[in-house]
Ligand binder design. Structure first.
Ligand code: NDP
Length: 280
């Protein structure tokens, strides 16, 4: 069977349309979901992400408030702002754009965000609830990957899933979500031995490594669902995933492209999380 390309843009549009319907329903009840995004400094990539988040909110009819602070903002000032946002009833989601300047402790800031408003899903309370199988706000990128996997129609029960990468933002929550759907999950990392032997057993393979074209076609099981989280900027300026797309598309059953795969889902799931927080 030829490889089917999973269209992240189309999937994101469908999910956003559903979110908009739910936002409209909340509006009838006088509730407008609100997201506050705090940006410290002028990191160019962060500025683009924040602008896209603002646009995403507008698209689904949510309120967004972007608070831009100078690079020199102290940790104390940022923590005070987070406290204020936690207390506001018109704000349902609080997101502090990472990375933060060196002099600010990211962990402290993540801990300061109210778990009920932690739409990035990074707070240890939410991570703990995810791992223990309770409803929680979940990290947006892995949540988006699950939506993409859903579009294939495969039942994950008893399937072998391999996640390459164990970051707190992608790899670990991804593994927890796959486990929740009854897959048998293996998590690989930089010290994993015989990586290809493991990836070749995967019915579902998720790559979140951060190395361009790291997974070649011969590391993939024929017919597998392959989700490429990687976003690597090549010298040419082009974006490349962690999966060698040309090689993988000869073997995989389903494959996400880069760009146009996981990327569009991440902000969409942020909107989803903001909706969940508002509905609560
Ligand atoms: P991290 O750098 O935090 O984690 C990378 C992981 O890859 C680590 O667990 C590391 O292992 C593992 N790794 C590194 N080298 C190897 C190797 N040779 N073999 C096996 N595993 C290896 O990255 P993130 O999880 O934050 O992001 C991963 C990629 O996903 C990046 O390209 C990033 O840009 C992209 N990304 C895309 C998003 C999107 O919206 N599309 C959102 C978030 C990330 P170890 O722990 O042992 O060091």
């Amino acid at each position: 069977m030829p490889c089917q390309i999973i269209d992240g843009k189309a999937c994101a549009q469908q999910v956003r349309a559903k979110i908009k319907l739910e936002v409209d329903k909340l509006k009838v009840r006088g509730i407008i979901p609100g997201l506050a995004v705090v940006l410290v400094g002028n990191d160019p990539a962060s500025c683009i992400y924040v602008r896209n988040k603002e646009r995403g909110c507008a698209e689904v009819g949510m309120k967004s408030e972007v608070i831009r602070l100078p690079e020199s903002t102290s940790e104390k000032e940022l923590l005070e702002l987070v406290d204020q946002l936690n207390a506001r009833t018109d704000i349902n989601g609080v997101l502090v754009q990472l990375p933060l300047p060196q002099h600010i402790n990211e962990e402290k800031v993540i801990l300061a965000i109210s778990p009920d408003k932690d739409v990035d899903g990074f707070h240890p309370y939410n991570v703990g609830r995810l791992v223990t199988g309770h409803p929680s706000l979940v990290s947006c990128t892995p949540l988006g990957c699950m939506e993409l996997i859903k579009t294939t129609g495969i039942d994950l029960t008893g399937k072998r899933a391999v996640v390459v990468g164990r970051s707190n933002i992608v790899g670990k929550p991804m593994a927890a979500l796959l486990l929740q759907q009854h897959a048998t999950v293996t998590v690989c990392h930089s010290r994993t031995k015989n990586l290809a032997e493991l990836t070749k057993t995967a019915d579902v393979l998720v790559a979140a490594v951060g190395k361009a074209n790291f997974i070649s076609g011969d590391m993939i099981k024929p017919g597998a669902v392959v989700i490429d989280v990687g976003m690597n900027r090549l010298e040419s300026g082009k974006l490349a995933g962690d999966i060698d797309f040309a090689g993988a598309s000869q073997v995989a059953g389903w494959l996400t492209p880069v760009p146009g795969g996981v990327g569009p889902m991440t902000i969409t799931m942020l909107l989803y999380n903001t909706l969940q927080a508002a509905a609560k």
